[in-house]
Structure formats: structure tokens, C-alpha cells
Design a protein around this ligand. Structure first.
Ligand SMILES: Nc1ncnc2c1ncn2[C@@H]1O[C@H](COP(=O)(O)OP(=O)(O)OP(=O)(O)O)[C@@H](O)[C@H]1O
Length: 349
């Protein structure tokens, strides 16, 4: 249960097409995260799957059945919104039971589902309160509880944690991961928070301007981004990019450091900030002048300008004694990412 397949999905609002033909298969029990910059179409795509909006063209299947024209209420999915969308005049218990009472489910079954969700989410003692008497985290638990009691074939979550402060977001993220493990139900999760995407997802769908740029596991995206957009979007701080030319199997970086390159011609070399280390005096190095230092304690983020002016960021462990205006020499220690003039990845190792 909970297999979802999208085929050739497009969506127009008036004359404007905002989703440009998306194919995607989500497996039973998978936790798939949609990420991408603001306006890329994450929420629109989720609403199309939920049945809250209709695609302009294309089809949606759930467990093999075409549901493209089936109403939201009959798709067997449950959606959790960023805004919680709780009924303010109802108690927690009433909020949880409301959707079930309309289905003519027997009362003892409703009560037992609510008890079970209450235990799972630790909101059992809040049942007689109203939403205004709850904290943000408790409200979000109730919103998730309302989805759980419906026993859906998939959960659709639209930025469910973005109204919570950073600490609570971290706690709730871990709870959601445990909940997914325990229920084993398919989840589609929309977020613009990379940490949420990387830590929660079985697979991440990276969207940009209504198209899918790449679908892969979190580490697959990090280690083998298939184009410049994904390379720049996944990973913090952002990947460094150097435009240069490759010939005779190598590409040269500003300062004389060379990287093996399996091609000739114009290339962009991507280097993660974490893959640069301080170089010894005589070793070939990537050189720059330090512009800004962010000391985070366990590690230090250094922003520099390479000799040709290209911005250069590195993350060094510990607290190196360096100052702004100083020159820095960096050696490369990791996996280079090479992209052709068309922005596509060249090295597949
Ligand atoms: N009801 C609507 N009418 C017209 N345009 C819309 C409507 N809903 C969304 N859009 C447009 O569709 C595009 C995708 O919007 P969507 O809300 O799906 O993006 P998103 O990736 O979820 O963004 P965010 O991260 O900012 O929430 C945007 O350009 C948006 O302006």
C-alpha cells in the first residue's frame, strides 16, 4: 500500500505553466522529500497528489489505480499542513475524531484509534484542551495525530515543522523519523530545509522551476550531483565552482593546483568546502586572500577570494589561527566534481 506514480504531470495556473511534465515513482513505505528553491513547485506538486488541485495533463496512480479524477477525500491519503489547520473551537479529541465521524466508523474504533495516536505522539493528557491552549509543538503533534487516525496509505506533509523554533524542529524531526519507522507508511515531505531533507529522506527529489533536476538518496545527491544546480543546492556551505579549461587529462585551478579531468575543453570544477585543507608550504595549492572568518568552535568557515577573484570557501576543523587579509594556501583532499559547458556532470566515479 502507498505506491504513488506520477506520469507526465503538468500544471497551469491561467496561461502560466508552473509544472512542466513530471514523472516520478514512489515506492511502498518510502519517505520521499521534495526540496528546491522557493516557487519551484513543491507545494503545487503535493497538492496535485493530494487531490486538492487537478493536473492540467498527466496522470496520478495510487497502488496501480488511476486517481487523477478522484476527489481528495477518496484517495486514502492524509495531508499535514505547515499551518496545522486545527479547528479552534474544538478540543484536541474532537479535532482528532472529526474526520472519522463523517465516515460512519463505529465509536469504539474511533476511540481506540485516538488513544493509540495519543500514546504514540504523547498528547494523551491534552485531549480536552483547545488548540489555543497548546504550544506550537503540541499543535503540530495534534495535526499529525489527525492524519494518523485516518490510517492513510500515505502521509503528505507540507513544511510541517517550519513554524517551530530550531530546537523543537530538531526534536520533532527525530520524532517524525521514528514515527515513519514505526508505521512504515509512505510519506511525502515538502521542505526547503536541507538538514530535514538529508536526515529524513530515503530519496530526495530536487525540483527547480517546475522540473525534476535529480532524484537520489541523500548521499547520492551529495556525492554525485548530476548537474551544476544540484551541486550548488545540496551541501552547506555551498560548493566552490571554478570555470577553467581541461586538456591532456587535467584541469588547472587558480594557483596551479591540477585536478584529473576525463575530457578536453571548457569545464567547471566543483569542490566542496569540506574537501579543502591547509596546504604545506611547497605543495601545489589553491591560493586566496581571507575575507571573512566564521569561528563556530568545532570548525571554522573561511571565506576567501582566489587569485583570479573567484570566491573560495573552506571548512577547517578546530580553531586555526588565521586572520582576515591573510593569504591562505589550500590542498584538495576529496572527490572533485566536474561539469561540462552544458552544466551536466562529467565524472561518474
Ligand atoms: N493558485 C495559484 N495561482 C497562480 N499561481 C500559483 C498558484 N499557486 C502557486 N502558484 C505559482 O506556482 C509556482 C509554484 O508554487 P509553489 O507554491 O508550488 O512553490 P513552492 O516550491 O512550494 O514554494 P515555497 O517554498 O515558496 O512554498 C510559483 O510560481 C507560484 O507563484
Amino acid at each position: 500500500m502507498g505506491r504513488i506514480a506520477l506520469e507526465g504531470i503538468t500544471k497551469n495556473f491561467g496561461n502560466v505553466e508552473v509544472i512542466h511534465g513530471i514523472d516520478l515513482e514512489i515506492g511502498e513505505g518510502e519517505l520521499v522529500v521534495f526540496v528546491g528553491p522557493s516557487g519551484c513547485g513543491k507545494s503545487t506538486l503535493l497538492r496535485l497528489i493530494a487531490g486538492l488541485d487537478q493536473p492540467t495533463t498527466g496522470s496520478i496512480r495510487i497502488d496501480g489505480k488511476d486517481v487523477t479524477r478522484v476527489s481528495a477525500a477518496d484517495r486514502g491519503l492524509a495531508m499535514v499542513f505547515q499551518s496545522y489547520a486545527l479547528y479552534p473551537h474544538m478540543t484536541v479529541r474532537q479535532n482528532l475524531s472529526f474526520g472519522l465521524e463523517n465516515t460512519r466508523m463505529p465509536k469504539p474504533e474511533i476511540a481506540s484509534r485516538i488513544d493509540e495516536a495519543g500514546r504514540m505522539l504523547e498528547i494523551g493528557d491534552l485531549m480536552e484542551r483547545r488548540p489555543t491552549q497548546l504550544s506550537g509543538g503540541q499543535r503540530q503533534r495534534v495535526a499529525i495525530g489527525r492524519a494518523i487516525v485516518r490510517n492513510p496509505s500515505a502521509f503528505l506533509l507540507d513544511e510541517p515543522l517550519s513554524n517551530l523554533d530550531a530546537e523543537l524542529r530538531g526534536t520533532m524531526r527525530a520524532e517524525l523519523a521514528r514515527l515513519h519507522e514505526r508505521l512504515g507508511t509512505t510519506m511525502i515531505y515538502v521542505t526547503h530545509d536541507q538538514v530535514e531533507a538529508m536526515t529524513l529522506a530515503d530519496r530526495i527529489v530536487v525540483l527547480r522551476k517546475g522540473i525534476v533536476e535529480q532524484v537520489d538518496t541523500p548521499l547520492g545527491l551529495y556525492n554525485r550531483p548530476q548537474n551544476l544546480f544540484v551541486a550548488g543546492f545540496i551541501g552547506a556551505p555551498n560548493m566552490n565552482f571554478f570555470r577553467t579549461r581541461a586538456s591532456a587529462g587535467a584541469a588547472e585551478l587558480p594557483g596551479g593546483l591540477t585536478i584529473p579531468a576525463p575530457c578536453d575543453g571548457e569545464v567547471t570544477i566543483g569542490i566542496r568546502p569540506q574537501d579543502l585543507k591547509l596546504a604545506g608550504d611547497d605543495a601545489p595549492a589553491l591560493e586566496g586572500e581571507i575575507r571573512l572568518i566564521e569561528a563556530l568552535g568545532a570548525e571554522t568557515v573561511i571565506h576567501a577570494d582566489a587569485v583570479d577573484g573567484t570566491p573560495l570557501v573552506t571548512v577547517l576543523s578546530g580553531q586555526p589561527t588565521l586572520g582576515t587579509g591573510q593569504r591562505i594556501r589550500l590542498a584538495f583532499d576529496g572527490l572533485p566534481h566536474l561539469f561540462g559547458a552544458d552544466g551536466k556532470r562529467l565524472n561518474q566515479d
